[in-house]
Design a binder for this molecule. Structure first.
Ligand code: BJW
Length: 249
């Protein structure tokens, strides 16, 4: 039995499937992963240095420009084979009376654009911005922004609705993650380096609750040895083959 057959069989046997997705799932849409070297202007900056409240306080122009350029790029990208295969898996599982949830660290909205229905954005969204002073969401954002940084109607700057290092994950997302981890019997982490917590701890938490845990990633990660099953390769190719395998029955 190949690892792909084993995963297909695990999906057939499971009742509550949870997927943790990371930047590798959007890579085939042309969106650079977080820890890939960035090209051009941005190659001088370390993304980890820009994704902090301190970076925004120090240089709001630079950080706003970085996020606005990423916002424009994401809006021009399309969901890829991995996103679409996850929609098929969700439909197949729901039709069989099972549950399926995607806990995504991605801030690009591509799972939702592909058609996935149950998506928890654990690191927020690049497409929603809010006022640093009032916390009010900003409606009707121009694309691109005319100035960097953007002043909000509330008198503060606009900041992206993402979770930066040192910030707490949104409370509603955390409670949805907790319920998913408590009930899942199959937890699949895909396209994530397993370096960023708390998300990096969720596969282990699911395992402690009795789930079978699977890693699907292009490269080995520090967590690879702790998974029950590891599939190495591109998310788009593996998930498309998985859907074909499941269709074969
Ligand atoms: C493919 C592929 C293909 C490529 N197919 N695969 C415990 C221990 C140590 C530290 C901490 C801890 N708990 C908390 C911390 C601190 C910190 C942290 O984790 N630091 C570590 C770096 C050490 N965590 C936090 O601060 C979090 N907040 C928190 O814990 O609050 C509580 C608290 C508050 C205050 C004090 C103490 C506690 C918040 C984390 C927020 C992360 N935010 C970012 C930025 C979001 C906005 C933005 O996009 O700019 O989220 S960081 C960045 O990393 C982004 C991502 O979502 C996240 C994860 O990255 P991901 O998705 O794994 O991407 P990559 O690039 O790392 O990996 C891609 C993978 O795909 C690779 O492995 C490739 O091989 C693979 N791949 N192509 C399949 N085609």
């Amino acid at each position: 039995m190949t690892d792909l057959n084993t995963l297909a069989e695990a999906l057939r046997q499971s009742k509550h499937v949870a997927v943790l997705s990371g930047a590798g799932v959007s890579a085939e849409s042309g969106i650079p992963t977080f820890r890939d070297a960035l090209e051009g202007y941005w190659s001088k900056y370390d993304p980890e240095q820009l994704a902090t409240p301190e970076a925004f306080a120090r240089d709001p122009e630079l950080v706003t420009r970085w996020y606005d350029e990423r916002r424009q790029k994401v809006s021009a990208c399309q969901p890829n084979a991995a996103h679409l295969a996850l929609v098929e898996l969700e439909n197949w599982l729901i039709d069989a009376g099972k549950s399926f949830v995607i806990l995504t660290q991605n801030v690009d909205g591509l799972h939702q654009r592909a058609g996935s229905k149950d998506v928890v954005e654990v690191h927020g969204s690049l497409l929603k911005w809010r006022c640093t002073k009032t916390n009010a969401d900003a409606p009707n954002l121009p694309m691109p922004f005319p100035t960097y940084p953007m002043k909000s109607a509330g008198g503060g700057f606009l900041r992206p609705g993402v979770v930066w290092f040192g910030e707490h994950l949104p409370e509603d997302a955390v409670s949805r993650v907790e319920s998913a981890i408590e009930k899942t019997d199959l937890f699949i982490a895909m396209g994530t380096s397993g370096l960023v917590y708390p998300a990096a701890g969720w596969s282990e938490a699911a395992r402690r609750h009795g789930a079978l845990t699977v890693e699907l990633n292009r490269d080995p990660t520090p967590l690879s040895t702790s998974f029950d099953l590891v599939l190495r390769g591109s998310a788009g190719e593996i998930l498309s083959s998985l859907v074909s395998e499941i269709r074969r029955g």
